[in-house]
Design a protein around this ligand. Structure first.
Ligand SMILES: *[C@@H]1O[C@H](CO)[C@@H](O)[C@H](O)[C@H]1NC(C)=O
Ligand SMILES: *[C@@H]1O[C@H](CO)[C@@H](O)[C@H](O)[C@H]1NC(C)=O
Ligand SMILES: *[C@@H]1O[C@H](CO)[C@@H](O)[C@H](O)[C@H]1NC(C)=O
Ligand SMILES: *[C@@H]1O[C@H](CO)[C@@H](O)[C@H](O)[C@H]1NC(C)=O
Ligand SMILES: *[C@@H]1O[C@H](CO)[C@@H](O)[C@H](O)[C@H]1NC(C)=O
Ligand SMILES: *[C@@H]1O[C@H](CO)[C@@H](O)[C@H](O)[C@H]1NC(C)=O
Length: 887
């Protein structure tokens, strides 16, 4: 090309500066090596000529440089050719093409071996003077076509990520200095793209789209031997699909440095399809454990991964249990346990045992490890060739999950049998009971497993609770803790009932003193406890014994109490004595509490006179007169007899008397009494007729109308009549208890006691609201006077007295109380005091009119006179109170 440019420049220079110089005809330097059957073109130009710008050319050839020349073709004379060439010229096989005014090209479409020789380019002179050369000569060597391009057919399918080797055998027979180049290209549809060209100088030229991949090492050449050229495309992707071709080209290199392609051959190597990883990736899960695992065994599962390009893949392998990640090995081989999913499961291990083999191990499986296990594989391919990081960029090529492997963990429950036997059976109440619960034929009880027991009791029908409802007595849990049931907690705590484990496989229930309520059916239920994976105790099996009946013929305790009169009180003042004898049946040692009760008549209300506790504590009933307590005695007279004595029987003591006795037992010495049974005795009557005197009472007053400050008198007189040992003349055998009552009629009818005198003569004055004073005076043996000194308006009202006579009984010589007597009522009027009403005006004193003063004075005098006339003389000494004889 350089030469062409210089030739043009030269021609241009000649044209501009005109002639005078010598003509130069130029052809390429030879020898030209061309391949038989290939086109040949030889250029020829002329410079430094004069005459017309368009020059004519003629071509001649000869085998030898000195041989006779044959005319081939002329640019201006169609008849120029030698007959030996005229056919080829006519067919166009040989032609001359004008390139410029001063340049033509001789073209041979298919050069023949016989065309080898010397070629002359001639220019007829157009110069005014002959100067320079008018022709030029070049040698053409025609060699046979020995170029062979034979590619090796690549595999039609390559997996993604693997390498593709494109081998092509390009050879030629070396006779002359020729060179080879190889070009690999790929065709997709209509477009073909060069991948890489090697040669002809050993240089490498990459296709535009492959430059980066080649630079990164993703495409590399393998040095060939014997003409074999190999191109390796690494880590193919689906974009590398296509029809691959191989082109071999033979070149010559002329001595002016110009490379000329002399023959080329392109061969199709074959169609290559890249199989995506997902298509070839297969994941299979299999189990090498028995189909049914026992708890505690090891589960081993194998995940087999296969892919066409397995070595080229980076795998992330995860085991899923029921869809939850258990453990994962990431693509760098790090094992990650999923705490959130596997928290309750046994620890899992995951290791790679071989290429594409991943083993999951779960040691010490429990029921919770059962499930559907699957292996999930994520395949990554290194995009290395197209990344600058060099292997750092991973592309998820495919993800596949295996079919599920069912993992079953047998629920091997511990098995055992429970039998219940009575070691001790009570024959009657309060005898001990001992039941033994035996656990036999124990299998599958884990080493750390424990047994616990629950005792149950089903009371007899009608024993106070719902029949057929079993109640727990208590349990011993797997750790041996005693858990009492609410109903039995007191008795279990006190040790009266014990619940123990006497041997690893025997539990006992003991009653120290079996009660009637304890009768019924007993059952023991034994549970096996094991620690689950979280360490908590879990009940794994439970078996119940057959029920065992505990009962005896109950002899209900009966208690009979017989009351007998020991001393009869036939007259007032006599002593009454009663014996209460206790007889029991079906009752062992017992304590008794006694109530002595009475009632006036069989319909009357019941009074409790005295009580005696089983611990011999004596108490008086609330109804007893405190003054008579000395006369009341209740004692234990024998192991089963009590005596009640009532001294000085009065009329009011008449009625029925009996004992109410309760038997008490003790469960254990030192414990509290438990009520066993109780019963009442027959009733014993106190009845006597007192034919003593009969009494009457009357209340009199001389003056029932008094003025303020006067003294009012009320005389309560008693009269005796009927059979009396000693009549009223002698007061020694007669005494009275007298009480006065006042009923205010204004402002509500309230009756209050004013004063009293007891039979011993002791006077008692009751608190009153009035400013007046009272005194009591004994006028004689049968009359008592109440004096109201300095009467007030407030003393107006009704008065009456109540008397209780006491007399010395002729038959017994004892003081006897007669019935209470109530007098009729006397109304006392205290007149309105005029003087009092006048005090106030007087105080206003001096300024009052004389008339009024006189009137007042007169009135005052009149009034004073009136008052004085009705007043009895001086009040009695308050100390002059009666003094009654004492008994
Ligand atoms: C290449 O082809 C030539 C001739 O066709 C043969 O001699 C040579 O062994 C081949 N090379 C290989 C590597 O097949
Ligand atoms: C063969 O390769 C040469 C050199 O790259 C090129 O010029 C020629 O066109 C190619 N032949 C075919 C058929 O592709
Ligand atoms: C753990 O398991 C849960 C539930 O299967 C899942 O959502 C989570 O992604 C897992 N975590 C890891 C780190 O695998
Ligand atoms: C315990 O096992 C033996 C032998 O297998 C059997 O004869 C016996 O009846 C079993 N005992 C119970 C309580 O099941
Ligand atoms: C109470 O006494 C009566 C008469 O002696 C007797 O029939 C009855 O069975 C006794 N009751 C009890 C509970 O002891
Ligand atoms: C005294 O008077 C007050 C108030 O009027 C009354 O509540 C009280 O019962 C009276 N006392 C007697 C002893 O009458």
């Amino acid at each position: 090309m350089k030469m062409d440019i210089s030739v043009v420049t030269l021609v241009f220079g000649l044209l501009m500066f005109g002639g005078g110089s010598a003509r130069v005809v130029t052809v390429p330097p030879g020898p030209l090596i061309r391949v038989e059957g290939q086109p040949v073109s030889i250029r020829c130009d002329v410079t430094d000529y004069s005459g017309p710008r368009e020059q004519d050319f003629e071509w001649m050839t000869a085998r030898e440089a000195t041989g006779s020349r044959l005319r081939i073709i002329s640019s201006f004379d169609p008849s120029y050719s030698d007959p030996s060439f005229s056919k080829r010229v006519a067919s166009g096989d040989i032609s001359v093409v004008r390139l410029q005014d001063n340049e033509v090209e001789l073209k041979v479409a298919e050069v023949k071996a016989t065309d080898g020789g010397y070629y002359w380019c001639l220019t007829p002179s157009t110069d005014s003077t002959m100067s320079g050369n008018y022709d030029a000569r070049v040698q053409l060597t025609v060699i046979p076509n020995t170029l062979r391009v034979s590619p090796l057919t690549p595999p039609p399918a390559v997996s993604e990520g693997s390498d593709l080797t494109l081998s092509c055998n390009v050879t030629r027979e070396l006779s002359h200095a020729t060179y080879l180049s190889v070009t690999w290209s790929v065709k997709r549809g209509a477009t073909s793209e060069d991948i890489l060209t090697l040669g002809p100088q050993g240089d490498v030229v990459t296709g535009a789209k492959y430059a980066r991949r080649y630079a990164d090492g993703g495409i590399r050449l393998v040095p060939g031997r014997n003409g074999l050229f190999e191109l390796v495309i690494t880590k193919v992707t689906t974009s590398d699909d296509g029809v691959y071709e191989c082109n071999g080209t033979e070149w010559t290199h002329d001595n002016r440095g110009k490379w000329t392609k002399i023959v080329a051959s392109t061969r199709e190597m074959g169609t290559v399809a890249v199989t995506p990883t997902g298509q070839s990736l297969s994941v299979k899960a299999s189990s090498s454990s028995p189909p049914l695992l026992s708890p505690g065994e090891t589960l081993t599962l194998l995940c087999s991964v296969a892919a066409d390009n397995l070595p080229a893949l980076a795998l992330e392998v995860a085991w899923l249990a029921d869809g939850r990640d258990v453990v994962t090995m990431d693509r760098s081989g790090v094992v990650i346990h999923n705490a959130s999913a596997g928290g309750s499961r046994a620890p899992a291990s995951l290791e790679r045992t071989d290429a594409g083999e991943y083993r999951l191990g779960v040691r010490g499986v429990s029921g919770e490890d059962a499930g559907a296990y699957a292996c999930r594989v994520r395949a990554f391919v290194d995009k290395g060739g197209r990344s600058s990081g060099g292997g750092g960029r991973w592309l998820l090529a495919a993800e596949k999950t295996s079919g599920a492997v069912a993992v079953k963990v047998a629920q091997t429950k511990p098995s055992f049998a429970v039998t219940l036997e009575a070691v001790l059976k009570p024959q009657m109440t309060a005898e001990p009971t001992e039941l033994a619960c035996h656990v036999t034929n124990i299998t599958h009880l884990p080493l750390e497993g424990r047994l616990g027991v629950t005792w149950e009791h089903t009371p007899l029908p009608g024993a106070g609770s719902d029949p057929q409802t079993s109640q727990p007595v208590g349990s011993l849990d797997g750790r041996g803790n005693l858990l009492p049931a609410a109903m039995y907690s007191d008795r279990l705590r006190s040790g009266e009932i014990s619940l123990t484990r006497v041997q690893p496989d025997t539990f006992k229930l003991r009653f120290l003193r079996t009660q009637e309520v304890d009768m019924g059916q007993y059952g023991c239920s034994v549970a096996a406890w094991s620690a689950n994976s979280q360490g908590d105790a879990a009940k794994t099996a439970e078996h119940q014994s057959a029920p065992l009946a505990v009962r005896w013929v109950t002899a209900r305790p009966t208690l009979n109490v017989v009351a007998k009169r020991v001393r009869e009180a036939s007259v007032g003042g006599a002593t009454f004595e009663m014996s209460c004898a206790v007889a029991t049946v079906n009752l062992g040692e017992a304590g008794y509490s006694v109530l002595v009760q009475s009632q006036d008549s069989l319909e009357g209300s019941v009074r409790t006179i005295m009580t005696l506790s089983p611990d011999n504590v004596l108490q008086h009933g609330g109804a007893t007169d405190p003054t008579r307590r000395d006369g009341l005695v209740l004692t234990k007279f024998g192991p089963a007899e009590f005596r009640f004595r009532l001294a000085g029987v009065q009329l009011s003591d008449r009625g029925f008397y009996w004992c109410d006795i309760t038997a008490w037992t003790k469960q254990q010495a030192g414990q509290t009494w438990t009520r066993a049974t109780s019963n009442e005795s027959n009733k014993v009557k106190i009845d006597f007729q007192e034919n003593g005197p009969s009494f009457a009472v009357a209340l009199q007053s001389d003056t029932t109308i008094v003025y303020p400050w006067e003294t009012a008198k009320m005389e309560c007189s008693l009269s005796v009549s009927g059979s009396s040992p000693k009549t009223g003349a002698h007061a020694d055998d007669l005494a009275y208890e007298v009480r006065w009552f006042f009923t205010r009629l204004r402002g509500g009818e309230t009756t209050t006691q004013v004063a009293s005198v007891d039979r011993f003569g002791v006077v008692r004055k009751d608190a009153r609201n009035s400013s007046s004073d009272v005194s009591v005076e004994r006028k004689d043996a049968h009359a008592y006077t109440l004096n109201i000194h300095g009467t007030q308006d407030s003393d107006s009202g009704e008065y009456h007295c109540v008397a209780t006579p006491w007399y010395l009984s002729a038959s017994t010589g004892a003081w006897t109380q007669a019935g209470e007597l109530t007098s009729s009522r006397v109304f006392l009027t205290v007149r309105f005091a005029v003087w009092e009403s006048l005090k106030l005006p007087l105080l206003y004193g001096v300024g009052a009119s004389i008339g009024v003063g006189l009137f007042s004075l007169v009135l005052g005098l009149v009034c004073a006179q009136c008052c004085c006339r009705n007043t009895t003389h001086t009040p009695r000494s308050r100390n002059n109170l009666m003094d009654l004889e004492m008994d």
